[in-house]
Design a protein around this ligand. Structure first.
Ligand SMILES: C[S@@+](CC[C@H](N)C(=O)[O-])C[C@H]1O[C@@H](n2cnc3c(N)ncnc32)[C@H](O)[C@@H]1O
Length: 274
């Protein structure tokens, strides 16, 4: 686990998919006045600079977020969920020049109202320091905790308002993360069965992915959505990351067709594969 740094991957298509989904789910929770809680079990550093010396030439955002900003500038078609996410990135940058990319905690915190809360958990010592630095001076709406997010998030369930979103985004560098994801989702649901759980898994040729998806499906939850997106074309035999799997338990009303649209947009837009 301790060699993973999200700075390399921030803004790639996998991130765009999960961050657009996060924004759409939080926007859904904003439709009612009752406050809500967002629990980000694997928060990362929160925000990332596109000139971070650690990333140097290895950052992936130009092939994802960067291309989408260009599509937006040309006023070409974008699915509404991606458009809403890009608008937040542009607000974060005070314009279309992408110098900073918000991670999941920054995106969620941008949308919170006075009584909504975000808990962000991060275990990596230096990544947690970055998270603290990035949120220093931020108000009490955001609570940061250096701990194992898999274990810690459940202590906050159910939220008093019974409204909440759990965003589970491990790096899966450690193969145990697959088993833990399933186990801690199952346990979390026992305490908060109506919560919105957004779970990211890589689309990769690995037995653990198939097994985890199968076990999540076998929970037989009435409101269950799964989308598999393949960013890389004609690479079905590749051992690398092909794309993303995204599972939503208790998906907000109307989000499924919008995410299906995002999936076919990402798979079929030529500019994203050049
Ligand atoms: C994929 S990154 C998270 C990216 C972030 N959610 C975002 O979208 O901006 C996964 C993060 O989880 C951290 N991590 C790994 N295991 C953890 C655990 N058990 N609890 C909390 N954080 C953990 C890693 O250090 C890494 O920063």
């Amino acid at each position: 686990m301790f060699s993973y740094r999200h700075v390399f991957h921030i803004g790639n298509l996998a991130d765009v998919l999960k961050h657009s989904t996060l924004v759409a789910c939080v926007k859904h929770l904003l439709l009612k006045e009752k406050p809500f809680m967002v629990l980000d079990t694997h928060a990362g550093a929160g925000k990332y600079s596109t000139t971070d010396p650690l990333g140097r030439n290895k950052m992936e955002w130009q092939s994802g977020l960067g291309k989408l900003v260009t599509i937006m500038e040309k006023k070409n078609y974008l699915p509404s969920i991606i458009y809403d996410y890009l608008k937040l990135v542009i607000i974060h940058n005070n314009g279309n020049q992408i110098k900073n990319i918000p991670g999941s905690p920054a995106l969620a915190s941008m949308l919170l109202r006075k009584n909504d809360r975000l808990w962000a958990f991060e275990l990596h010592p230096s990544e947690f320091m970055n998270l603290e630095k990035n949120f220093s001076g931020s108000n009490k709406k955001v609570i940061l905790e250096k701990s194992d997010g898999f274990i810690s998030y459940r202590k906050l369930l159910p939220p008093i308002s019974r409204r909440g979103l759990i965003f589970i985004d491990p790096s899966y560098e450690n193969r145990n993360d697959y088993e833990k994801t399933f186990f801690y989702v199952k346990e979390g649901l026992k305490k908060f069965e109506t919560g919105i759980f957004v779970i990211w898994l890589p689309n990769i040729q690995r037995y653990e992915v198939k097994k985890t998806l199968g076990k999540l499906k076998n929970l037989k939850i009435k409101n269950f959505y799964h989308v598999r997106v393949q960013f890389k074309k004609n690479k079905s035999n590749s051992l690398g990351l092909l794309g993303s799997n995204l599972v939503i338990i208790n998906p907000p009303f109307g989000i499924e067709p919008k995410l299906d649209e995002v999936s076919s947009f990402m798979e079929n837009t030529a500019e994203l594969h050049e």
